[in-house]
Design a protein around this ligand. Structure first.
Ligand SMILES: NC(=O)c1ccc[n+]([C@@H]2O[C@H](COP(=O)([O-])OP(=O)(O)OC[C@H]3O[C@@H](n4cnc5c(N)ncnc54)[C@H](OP(=O)(O)O)[C@@H]3O)[C@@H](O)[C@H]2O)c1
Length: 297
């Protein structure tokens, strides 16, 4: 698989990574799918303490040379106090069975803990060699600037945000451009819109006009559209080898200019509200980005 520079880190990442949120209940199949990805050139795997899949990632990467892989995890906002960040990271390392993370990300902004305190812990983790780089996730333009200003020794490597053919909010809010200008990688989560692209027959038919032309599937073309965006690393989740293989092969597609332009029009017709906004409406934990503290044992 083609690789590209992950901006400020000195790493070359496979252009497609692997997401691991809400894996199916078939653990063995999940492990096999991740191994299949690694055997076929993927070196970038994303997990999080909140997903409960760090151990699955750990099992899948056993036996591979650690240096060949780029493993990213995330700390949940209830653990943003200095001591809790350190403990959460150590717990993640243990679950994954590794000495270090290549990227450790703040999963969501949390207004109830000063960002300086959280970043001080992240920088300490870098100094101790427990993490190689610091990332953020779901941070707005303003929050990105605050996060960077809160760091004294290192720079933010990436912002993981929702980005797909039908969810392009980051292009309108300035996040995409700011990332590009500041060499902060965009990790595109829910690149298949959390499966929503498969539930809309009209959208599928429209994407199908292009995918049929290339002899590919709509999923592959939706991923390929993202791969044609600069500075963007999609991390689709696939629970089985069939989906994983399909997603990996999307990296080989080169879309023509007119086809890209056609696909770029689809958001206007089929816009899907970002998952973050839906969470807010549901008044769940991420509502108002005001997380309560939760101690780690
Ligand atoms: N930072 C954050 O706050 C955040 C939020 C959301 C997601 N993420 C990250 O981004 C990753 C991906 O996002 P996501 O899991 O929300 O959704 P996604 O990757 O956009 O879509 C996953 C859905 O698409 C299906 N699928 C995958 N490949 C397919 C294919 N080739 N053909 C047909 N269906 C296919 C999957 O089914 P199967 O499972 O059956 O294969 C699943 O139902 C997550 O796993 C996570 O690592 C991060």
């Amino acid at each position: 698989m083609e690789t590209k520079e992950f901006n400020k880190t000195n790493n070359k990442l496979s252009v497609i990574g692997v997401g691991t949120w809400e894996l199916s209940s078939d653990r063995e199949e999940n492990v096999k799918a991740i191994k299949y990805a690694v055997d076929n050139g993927v070196n970038f795997i994303d997990t999080a303490e909140m997903y409960n899949t760090e151990d699955v990632v750990g099992e899948a990467i056993k036996g591979y040379e650690r240096e060949r892989l780029f493993i990213a995890s995330k700390v949940w906002p209830t653990h943003f106090r200095y001591g809790d960040v350190i403990k959460a990271c150590e717990a993640s390392l243990k679950k994954i069975g590794t000495d270090y993370l290549d990227l450790y990300q703040l999963h969501w902004p949390n207004k109830s803990v000063p960002i300086k305190e959280t970043m001080r812990a992240m920088e300490k983790l870098v100094e101790e060699g427990k993490i190689k780089s610091v990332g953020i996730s779901n941070f707005s333009l303003e929050e990105m600037k605050e996060a960077q200003a809160a760091m004294s020794k290192y720079e933010i490597a990436s912002n993981q945000v929702e980005y797909s053919i039908i969810t392009r909010d980051i292009e309108k809010t300035g996040v995409f451009d700011y990332c590009k200008e500041n060499r902060i990688a965009v990790i595109a989560y829910s690149p298949l819109s959390h499966g929503k692209i498969f539930n809309n027959s009209e959208l599928l038919a429209d994407i199908g006009k292009i995918s049929d032309k290339y002899g590919k599937t709509p999923a592959q073309v939706a991923l390929s559209w993202l791969l044609h965006r600069e500075n963007t690393f999609p991390i689709p989740k696939a629970s089985n080898i069939k989906h994983m293989k399909e997603n990996i092969e999307a990296a080989d597609i080169k879309l023509g200019k007119e086809d890209l332009a056609f696909l770029s029009e689809l958001e206007g017709k089929y816009y899907a509200e970002p998952i973050a906004k839906q969470h807010k409406k549901n008044e769940d934990k991420v509502n108002n980005y005001n997380f309560k503290e939760e101690k780690i044992n």
